[in-house]
Design a binder for this molecule. Structure first.
Ligand SMILES: [Zn+2]
Length: 69
């Protein structure tokens, strides 16, 4: 019984290691800021915009985007 537990535990540990993020936290919270208003919530990095959803809603039409209609 103990052996089985050890196997399961080890397996889960390996799983954890697999999903461990890389050392440099590029995707950590608060790293990506909106260039327009500086918020870190809902910032879209697609197309290298680095602009939050709210600002995209505001300036989207100017850029030809149709987001969150
Ligand atoms: Zn913004």
């Amino acid at each position: 019984m103990k052996l089985i537990w050890c196997l399961i535990h080890r397996a889960s540990e390996e799983e954890m290691a697999k999903h461990k993020p890389p050392k440099d936290r590029k995707f950590g919270k608060g790293v990506v800021k909106c260039r327009r208003c500086g918020t870190t919530v809902g910032v879209i990095r697609k197309y290298n915009l680095y602009i939050c959803r709210r600002c995209i809603n505001e300036i989207g039409p100017l850029l030809g985007f149709k987001v969150y209609e």
